[in-house]
Design a protein around this ligand. Structure first.
Ligand SMILES: Cc1ncc(COP(=O)(O)O)c(C=O)c1O
Length: 461
């Protein structure tokens, strides 16, 4: 490693991935990762990227088949997006949104307003998906306070839901292994079953009708419950819940942090379900995976209830230091233009059909596979281990990584979530690799438990 007056220059000559892992483990605390085992699990330490591949410190290339945790859309180092960063840095990197404006943020909001499935949309920018959900929660709560109906203060959320890791978002999320330690902090919600239950929609609609007078809002991940392993709903069922909310006057919050920006086959999953949510949560793909940005989108009906006297009680007293960061906004704006100019959704349609056909041919019939679930380029391959403790999800993904395809499991579900610009050749590479990884892990040791295998601790995105 050398130091230059302009900053640090990293030279990889002579640096092995082991030494980077040691340095990493000495100072970095990785989320959703048991640090005592971090180094043993052969982590990939990324040095750079090209297209849809990331390249580790030893020069090994990996197809980024999890889109860097579901954020990347157009690939890495897209010249147009790189240029948007550079251009914006020539203007200003960041200025606050509290009480002041920024031209590129205005332009981004205008561009988003033309495409989001929200009536008269207004954008409250933040940096992470969980914060977009927290903001929606507080907006929905205060909406009823501002209307003089404070009794409508409960929320309905679904079983198997995941909305992020901050305490409010965790409360919306279903409980379980990962959140159990925080149960005393989570506030209670009315919960009806998630998409794994074929009768989920009827139960949710009935609960909305029965509790209308006390409900502030219903929060859902439209079409796909991603972090619970890509559980899929029928669009008509989701539409029925939307109608039930409208009939009962209950606000509908659609969390499209994972599904938004083309991942589910349309720009927003709400479109497939005929939904016009009162509040829409965006994140992840909003900047194409370049920079942290999220947004809570409020309909005019919601927004108008917050108008009143300057600094009066109707004001939404909430905001984050980096909300509406100008560089992130510039990338998000250029990203939205490219999604249109490159007809990215056409590629999503073609590649998701190809992926579905290949998975049906090569992966679904595999004896180790229980079910393949897919919407657009969001796929969950549910493994069916014969006994507990085999940690097949972890091991199949490790075998794929070893073969140059970056995958990450959610328990025993292998998540496949490639960038939206994936090519036909890369789809073949992905499925062939997954098939080989399944064979390697699941055929030889059908009944041999993993020595480390106390449980399936791989978790949420
Ligand atoms: C549906 C959904 N909502 C919210 C979040 C949280 O987003 P973030 O990790 O950016 O806080 C996620 C993350 O995967 C998600 O899938």
């Amino acid at each position: 490693m050398q130091w230059t007056p302009g900053g640090r220059v990293v030279e990889n000559l002579g640096m092995t991935s082991d030494s980077w892992v040691d340095r990493d483990a000495a100072v970095v605390w990785h989320g959703f990762t048991q640090m005592a085992a971090y180094a043993d699990n052969a982590p990939v330490v990324v040095d750079r990227a090209e297209g849809r591949e990331v390249i580790d410190v030893d020069g090994r290339r990996y197809l980024d088949a999890m889109s860097s945790l579901w954020v990347n859309t157009l690939g890495h180092r897209v010249p147009e997006l790189d240029q948007a960063v550079v251009d914006q840095l020539g203007r200003v990197a960041h200025s606050t949104m509290l009480g002041n404006g920024n031209t590129v943020v205005v332009e981004l909001a205008e561009a988003l307003a033309a495409v989001v499935p929200v009536d008269e949309p207004h954008f409250l920018f933040a940096a992470d998906g969980a914060v977009a959900v927290e903001q929606a929660l507080k907006v929905a709560f205060q909406y009823w306070v501002n209307r003089g109906v404070p009794d409508r203060c409960r929320f309905l959320a679904l079983g198997d839901a995941y909305h992020g890791d901050t305490v409010g978002a965790l409360s919306f999320g279903d409980g379980g292994f990962f959140s159990a330690a925080f149960d005393p902090l989570r506030f209670p919600v009315l919960r009806t079953p998630g998409y794994a239950d074929p009768g989920w929609a009827a139960k949710a609609c009935a609960a909305v009708a029965a509790h209308a007078g006390e409900l502030a809002a219903v929060v859902i991940e439209p079409l796909v419950q991603g972090a619970s392993g890509m559980l899929c709903a029928e669009p008509d069922d989701v539409a029925a819940l939307g109608r039930a909310c409208r009939d009962a006057g209950v606000l509908l919050v659609c969390d499209e942090v994972a599904t938004g920006f083309g991942r589910s086959g349309t720009l927003f999953a709400s479109e497939q379900c005929d939904l016009r949510p009162d509040l829409l949560c965006l994140g992840k793909g909003i900047t194409g995976g370049y920079l942290p940005m999220s947004a809570t989108v409020a309909s005019g009906r919601v927004y108008d209830e917050f108008l009143g006297d300057d600094l009066g009680a109707r004001t939404f007293f909430h905001g984050h230091s980096y909300g509406g960061n100008a560089v992130a906004a510039a990338v998000a704006l250029r990203h939205l233009q490219l999604v249109d100019e490159w007809d990215v959704l056409a590629n999503v349609g073609a590649r998701s059909s190809q992926l579905a056909a290949l998975l049906e041919e090569k992966v679904a019939p595999h004896p180790a596979v229980g079910e393949v679930r897919q919407r657009g380029l969001m796929v969950g391959v549910e493994l069916a281990p014969p006994t507990g403790g085999l940690r097949w999800g972890r091991r199949v993904c490790a075998a794929a990584v070893h073969r140059g395809v970056l995958l990450r499991p959610l328990g025993d579900v292998v998540v496949v979530m490639p960038p939206l610009t994936i090519t036909a050749g890369e789809v073949y590479r992905l499925v062939d690799t997954l098939e080989a990884a399944l064979d390697e892990v699941t055929v030889p040791d059908l009944a041999v438990p993993d020595p480390h295998g106390a449980g399936d601790a791989d978790g949420a995105p």
